[in-house]
Design a protein around this ligand. Structure first.
Ligand code: ATP
Ligand code: MG
Length: 418
């Protein structure tokens, strides 16, 4: 009875919170009103977009940069500044239309988002499905004309849209400026993949990329400043050791200067400190937070893979285990993958399709792969695992479907000496 008289949530309520300010300042969705070390980028973008304040169409622009280097934050900041600048100016007609192509990645969705962004408050929204694309396009065109100003369309993660559905919708949006003068369209694309422009038709490419900006990764001292600033918002500045803050910044700088990683690490360090009823964040807490973060990211990535990708990764992990980390060849892991698929009573994919999946697993950072040439004996793909094989296997085997593979062992003889 004694135990029951306690509230169920008691042990989750930390007695000593070290967060004296806004806890959500450490959460992913927080939008700070200062962006240390991105002042120049913000100013440069403002300059590029400034013709719109005189009712001229600004150049279309693409912003490139690795994940977590502040691209979305800077654009949102500049958008907010534009909105403030035009607040009481009736002579300026600008609409800022945000489309997150990580979520809306098809032409229909993009056109609806643009159309909806141009609506007056009393107008009805466009149907989110069902219209033929040409009807949708001409409706958007009409709306641009009746608006008569400059629509700045922000396509965040534009590379996803293009990779998934090609560039036809970009072509349509860009063409608006050629078929009417009554309203103008400016496209601002954001991408963390420099290569996505290779997928663009030359006609789209030359119109879309009138200006480019590249955001460089942050170095350790810049991340330090960002963390320090963020810890002021959260009110934890007094609870974190100077050297812990430096360690956190240095670790994030090593990984392509990603401010998101640094802030995530800091948030987890705060949680770990509170859970153990400690009062200070120390170096060790940061290392522990880093480990936890990695575990979480890998578990999430691996457990949400499609079935065949899981089977392939499972085969690669098994071989990695017996070869002690030495890379395996397509011949080796494809062989094993076929056997594993057979064991699951499902048909295996062709080598060609498997090569595509290897590319996807490589992009996710789970494996490294390269094509090796053996002179006149031809070429083969070799892969190596980027994480501990037993860890990857554990995650995979915890999947209900794959649990039947628990006792699968690769045949030593099928593997040549390495
Ligand atoms: N200069 C900065 N000052 C303060 N916080 C920053 C700064 N740069 C990035 N951040 C923070 O880091 C996180 C990631 O930033 P942001 O979302 O802008 O990155 P991104 O370049 O758009 O990344 P992705 O390519 O993954 O979309 C956000 O929480 C943001 O608030
Ligand atoms: Mg972003």
């Amino acid at each position: 009875m004694g135990a029951l008289s306690k509230n169920l949530f008691e042990k989750f309520t930390y007695s000593s919170s070290i967060v004296k300010g806004q806890r959500h300042a450490l959460e992913p969705g927080f939008v700070p009103d200062r962006l240390p070390h991105r002042e120049e980028e913000a100013e440069q973008l403002a300059e590029i977009l400034s013709p719109s304040l005189k009712n001229f169409k600004p150049s279309n622009i693409i912003i490139f940069g690795k994940p977590g280097v502040g691209k979305t934050s800077v654009v949102k900041f500049v958008e907010a500044e534009i909105s403030k600048a035009i607040q009481s100016r009736l002579d300026v007609k600008i609409k800022l239309i945000d489309v997150n192509c990580g979520i809306v990645d098809n032409p229909y969705g993009v056109l609806v988002a643009v159309g909806d962004g141009l609506l007056e408050s009393w107008e009805e929204k466009l149907p989110f499905t069902g219209w033929p694309l040409d009807k949708l396009y001409s409706t958007v065109l009409d709306k641009i004309k009746s608006f008569g100003g400059i629509a700045i369309i922000i396509l965040d993660e534009i590379d996803r849209l293009v990779k998934k559905n090609g560039d036809s919708v970009l072509y349509q949006l860009l063409r608006i400026n050629e078929v009417t003068n009554e309203g103008r369209v400016c496209i601002l694309g954001i991408s963390n993949d420099l290569r996505f422009t290779e997928y663009l038709d030359p006609r789209v490419k030359s119109r879309l990329i009138e200006e480019t900006m590249v955001f460089n990764p942050y170095n350790a001292s810049q991340i330090y400043d960002i963390l320090r600033d963020r810890s002021l918002y959260a009110g934890i500045a007094d609870s974190i050791d100077e050297s812990a803050m430096k360690t956190c910044a240095a670790l994030a700088a090593q990984e392509h200067g990603d401010a998101r990683r640094a802030i995530d690490m800091l948030r987890i360090a705060v949680e770990l400190t509170e859970k153990s009823n400690e009062l200070r964040i120390l170096d060790d807490t940061i290392y522990e937070a880093k480990k936890k973060l990695e575990r979480d990211v890998v578990v999430e990535t691996v457990s949400t893979l499609p079935l065949h990708s899981k089977l392939l990764l499972f085969s690669i992990s098994l071989i990695d285990e017996i070869k002690n980390g030495v890379s395996s060849t397509m011949g080796e892991f494809y062989d094993l993958y076929e056997k594993v698929a057979e064991r699951m009573s499902i048909g295996s994919l062709t080598q060609r399709r498997v090569a595509d999946i290897i590319g996807e697993l490589t992009n996710l950072g789970l494996i490294d792969s390269k094509v090796q040439s053996f002179g006149r004996y031809g070429r083969t793909t070799t892969v190596s695992l980027n994480y501990d094989s037993s860890k990857i296997k554990d995650i995979l085997l915890s999947d209900e479907l794959l649990s039947q593979l628990k006792d699968v062992k690769p045949m030593q003889k099928s593997l040549p000496d390495s």
